[in-house]
Design a protein around this ligand. Structure first.
Ligand code: DAH
Length: 337
């Protein structure tokens, strides 16, 4: 009898009901009036008196184990039938379906490099007023950038426009009056331009601004040099060319050695070996004044770059329209980026 009990015990322990009906069948087989346990109790009457105590205990143990198994598995069916599961559907997903857009990938990578240098991400509105896009940035009233050709006007009075550059975020941050400032401002900008392989009426920029005591052009150069080495690889050369922006004095444009031909000359770099990637400079004292920052005490540098341009160089994309057409054959190539 001992062996029989052991055998049944191991059988029932491995039982798993896949339906309520199967569980009921199991109960009938073992615990009903004509079931296995009843049979065993009948057999028990013939057990020799000296074995009774032990066999009785084993038999009761078996009966309880079977009851526990039934109770436990019964619970699962009850929760399922109430529509509850162990899944918490309100939890955020940790695996993303699909993939990021190449412009988001590039923006995040650029952000990360500057964040490691202590820059924090700042944002501002896409629909802006003339003050933040132009006046506070030292654009003279008749500056061509205010012209209808470039700017999308929303209303004329008050002067509301779609921002033509993320430099407007500089002004928003400076106005808050918390110094020092070390921000990068990625965002979408709008210009009334004909759509072509090289231009679009909507594109993206990343603006950088650093204002503190004793910030110099050397700091600007070193920061941007570091960015280029990190993003385009060590050994990428940089050069600064004098330029003009209303909000910086001194102003420069920065070129990097063409990462496509390695400086040999190709049609991307127009056979010069160099490609321009950003504008930059030392903040003009006038823009600090417009935001109530004392230019005698504080100096700063700023830079601005187009995300599309950086992405085109990084991934050797020769038509800017690709970014906006959402052709899956294009987007799928960035699945693992
Ligand atoms: N805002 C300029 C543009 O859209 C880019 C730029 C140039 C930003 C120089 C800057 C800068 O902060 O210092 O073309």
């Amino acid at each position: 009898m001992k062996e029989k009990i052991e055998k049944i015990l191991s059988e029932v322990k491995s039982f798993h009901a896949d339906s309520k009906e199967a569980l009921e069948q199991f109960r009938i087989q073992y615990l009903s009036k004509k079931g296995t346990i009843t049979e065993l109790f009948t057999e028990f009457k013939q057990v020799a008196p000296e074995m009774r105590k032990e066999m009785g205990m084993r038999l009761n143990e078996l009966k309880n184990t079977i009851q526990d198994i039934i109770d436990e598995q019964q619970k699962q069916f009850e929760t399922k039938s109430e529509g509850k599961t162990d899944l918490d559907l309100s939890l955020p997903v940790d695996a993303m379906n699909g993939s990021r857009h190449p412009l988001s990938i590039v923006r995040n990578e650029i952000n990360d490099i500057f964040k490691r240098l202590g820059f924090v991400v700042a944002e501002g509105p896409e629909v802006e007023d003339d003050f933040h896009v132009f006046s506070a940035l030292n654009f003279p009233p008749d500056h061509p950038a205010r012209d209808m050709q470039d700017t999308f006007f929303v209303t004329k009075s008050p002067d509301v426009v779609l921002r033509t550059h993320t430099s407007s975020v500089q002004v928003r941050v400076m106005e808050q009056g918390k110094l020092p400032i070390r921000i990068i401002a990625p965002g979408r900008v709008f210009r009334n331009e004909a759509i072509s392989a090289r231009a679009h009426c909507i594109f993206h920029q990343i603006e950088g601004l650093y204002i503190d005591k004793n910030v110099s052009f050397a700091d600007l150069k070193q920061t941007l040099y570091h960015f280029v080495q990190e993003y385009f690889g060590e050994g990428t050369k940089v050069r600064f060319r004098p330029s003009y922006f209303p909000f910086t004095e001194t102003s420069a444009e920065m070129d990097i050695s063409c990462n496509i031909c390695g400086g040999e000359g190709c049609n991307i770099c127009k056979h010069t070996g160099w490609v321009e990637i950003l504008g930059c400079g030392i903040c003009d004292p006038n823009i600090l004044k417009a935001c109530n920052i004392d230019p005698e005490e504080y100096t700063g540098f700023a830079f601005g770059m187009g995300i599309e341009r950086i992405a085109m160089l990084k991934y050797q994309i020769n038509d800017l329209r690709m970014f906006f057409e959402n052709d899956l054959r294009f987007l799928k190539q960035f699945e693992n980026a």
